[in-house]
Design a protein around this ligand. Structure first.
Ligand SMILES: C/C=C/C(=O)SCCNC(=O)CCNC(=O)[C@H](O)C(C)(C)COP(=O)(O)OP(=O)(O)OC[C@H]1O[C@@H](n2cnc3c(N)ncnc32)[C@H](O)[C@@H]1OP(=O)(O)O
Length: 258
């Protein structure tokens, strides 16, 4: 398994998959999404005796800092629709993957990064990790399932606050709110994720697969479809152009409400 932006290392039936664009804080560009699709939709399924996947980010600072904002230039409503649908489809591949996927969150998990972590079955974070859905700072909303999965984990009260303020929260608070399974000292998150996978691997594989299917089937997909449409509508605003430009120009945005 050779990729441009992913590193896949298999050891004792567990693949550690590292998103490897540390200079851009591992932001999800189209190439990285394509490779995630290739991995979860094809390559990993061909690995015999696979116990599970640990998903992490390269470097000391970031898990994934969201979708790659440098690819937002010139995005229109149709492209926004396709972008959100494509990302959601890939994240469903992860959520519906037949063996457990554990996010080992080593730093920033923002926007699409928080959404990626939430699509995994379990989440272990370093005490240094930070979480948030800051899309409103860019004039858009989450498009990779964030408006739905944040409610699933946190409940409506805190989810809607984080979605509307774009605030970042620390790992300890994310744990307290129910977003995380474990918080570890920095640098120990991958080992803890592997320990969890080893424990689950002692159980019956078919039973684990059925647990994944049944837990997923508890939740409706209706809100995800609405999110794709409203992401595209938000992309179609002047405020989005202003928000994305402001980030790239390293200045505060001046939103006008149209
Ligand atoms: C459907 C999904 C939608 C989305 O996901 S929208 C995106 C949501 N995510 C965000 O809005 C987060 C954007 N990033 C940030 O706010 C900040 O970064 C951090 C708070 C994560 C870190 O700040 P600091 O420590 O000051 O680092 P730095 O200088 O801002 O970032 C280092 C380099 O990484 C690039 N970068 C960071 N995040 C992204 C991104 N999401 N897309 C593209 N590039 C990104 C920067 O631009 C910069 O690059 P250079 O060194 O060349 O100036």
């Amino acid at each position: 398994m050779t990729y441009q932006n992913l590193l896949a290392v298999e050891e004792n039936g567990i693949i550690t998959l590292t998103i490897n664009r540390p200079k851009a804080l591992n932001a999800l560009n189209q190439q990285t999404l394509k490779e995630l699709k290739q991995f979860f939709g094809q390559d990993a399924l061909a690995v015999e005796g696979l116990k599970g996947v640990v998903l992490t980010g390269a470097g000391p600072k970031s898990f994934v800092a969201g979708a790659d904002i440098s690819e937002f230039t010139g995005l229109d409503a149709q492209a926004g629709l396709e972008m959100a649908q494509h990302g959601q489809d890939i994240f469903f591949l992860i959520e519906e993957f037949k063996v457990p996927v554990v996010a080992a969150i080593n730093g920033f998990a923002l926007g699409g990064g928080c959404e990626l972590a939430m699509a995994c079955h379990l989440r272990v974070a370093s005490e240094k990790a930070r979480f948030g859905q800051p899309e409103v700072n860019l004039g858009i909303i989450p498009g990779y399932g964030g408006t739905q999965r944040l409610i699933q984990y946190l409940g409506k009260t805190k989810a809607i606050e984080l979605l509307m303020t774009g605030d970042m929260i620390k790992a300890e608070e994310a744990y307290r709110l129910g977003l995380l399974n474990y918080v570890t000292p920095a640098g120990e998150e991958v080992a803890k994720a592997k320990e969890l996978l080893e424990k689950i691997a002692t159980k019956a594989p078919i039973a684990i697969q059925k647990v994944i299917e049944c837990v997923n089937s508890h939740f409706s997909k209706g809100g995800f479809e609405k999110e794709v449409i409203e992401f595209a509508n938000a992309v179609n605003t002047e405020d989005f152009k202003e928000g994305a430009s402001a980030f790239l120009e390293k200045r505060a945005p001046n939103f006008k409400g149209h």
